[in-house]
Design a protein around this ligand. Structure first.
Ligand code: PSU
Ligand code: MN
Length: 335
């Protein structure tokens, strides 16, 4: 066992005492590469929107992944905010990717390492390329002070988690990171009631947008009542901003679930039966751990002849982003 002499211990504590939180934060920031646009936006107090990258590398095939990533970024820009797609390139955490970097990530696809929070040290140390999941993206976004993050579906408690204990670190990361995540809910590849229970345990405020029910990404309804409901971007801004979460200095995050627009939810039943089949196949083929979510997403897409991918790419993603921009602009007003 390692033992520390009292002098080395006191040196460590002296060192710690001499680093102010601001210095520590600046030090951390020097370890990441912030794109010029994102850096400008942060220093001028402009709206910045964090975006994850596992959805690009592992959530969708090439070239739809690149098209969707670009589309989402341009919707963010058209609405006056700055997108910050986050990924690790050659071991360097990057906040905001340029076109060439985005293209590289999309075309490398699954050969890039899927990087959840636990994987960050390894990807950085080996100077590898890593696509960040929601949990790792939350870590880097909060390091540079981004408050809002949009994605398609977040990870959750897996079906059969009572045997496997497979619970996405997205949920624990949300529990300790004061960022508002806007998504179209949780896909039914997961156990949605257990996911909502776990979010409660993690003290994450969860609200459905203009709905009493928590949405299931491809469908407006999951059969689960949402813990809370919000009806406008102003409502959301009040919850996040000066009236509540931030003012109280709460450390936990927020999840706003925006249901898929009605016209895109027709494929819900088809997708649900494909999901059941994909889950059975995953069990039969012994697909577990961090391989399960990408396997299920790809298999459901194959089984629905591309329907789930089309819904994934176009509908709820852009609906989320438009909503989010409103939210962010309102947030800015409320500070
Ligand atoms: N769910 C989706 N699409 C996705 C993911 C989840 O509907 O692309 C990705 C996200 O990056 C999420 C990650 O953070 O999978 C969760 O993986 P896991 O279940 O291994 O924690
Ligand atoms: Mn897992």
């Amino acid at each position: 066992m390692t033992s520390y002499s009292s002098s080395s211990l006191s040196r460590i504590s002296t060192l710690q005492n001499h680093i102010s939180p601001l210095e520590a934060n600046n030090k951390l920031r020097s370890l990441v590469k912030i794109s010029p646009q994102v850096s400008d936006a942060i220093s001028n107090g402009r709206a910045v929107v964090a975006l994850e990258s596992t959805i690009i590398s592992h959530g969708m095939p090439y070239p739809q992944n690149l098209q969707t990533a670009k589309e989402v970024e341009s919707i963010v820009r058209e609405n006056g905010a700055v997108p910050a797609t986050i990924a690790i390139l050659n071991g360097v955490p990057c906040i905001g990717l340029n076109e060439e970097e985005l293209e590289r990530l999309a075309s490398l696809g699954k050969s890039v390492q899927k990087t959840a929070g636990r994987d960050i040290p390894h990807v950085v140390a080996t100077r590898a390329n890593g696509a960040t999941t929601v949990s790792a993206t939350l870590f880097f976004a909060s390091m540079v002070g981004i408050q809002v993050f949009v994605t398609g579906g977040i990870g959750g408690v897996h079906r059969h988690a009572d045997h496997t204990m497979d619970i996405s670190s997205d949920l624990t990361a949300l529990g300790r990171t004061p960022i508002a995540v806007i998504s179209a809910g949780v896909k039914s590849i997961l156990d949605i009631p257990k996911t909502l229970e776990y979010l409660e345990t993690q003290e994450v405020y969860v609200a459905a947008y203009k709905s009493d029910e928590f949405p299931a990404f491809f469908t407006e309804k999951s059969g689960c009542k949402a813990p809370s409901r919000v009806d406008s971007p102003e409502d959301c801004a009040r919850v996040i901003g000066k009236n509540a979460n931030m003012k109280l200095n709460r450390k936990a995050g927020i999840l706003f679930a925006v249901p898929i627009p009605k016209q895109h939810s027709a494929a819900g039943n088809l997708i649900e039966s494909a999901t059941q089949r994909a889950l059975t196949e995953a069990r039969e083929q012994n697909v577990t751990g961090n391989a399960e979510t990408p396997f299920l997403l790809a298999r459901v897409n194959e089984l629905t002849g591309g329907t789930s991918l089309a819904a994934n790419c176009s509908s709820s993603f852009s609906a989320d982003v438009t909503f989010l921009i409103n939210l962010k602009l309102n947030l800015r007003l409320s500070f």
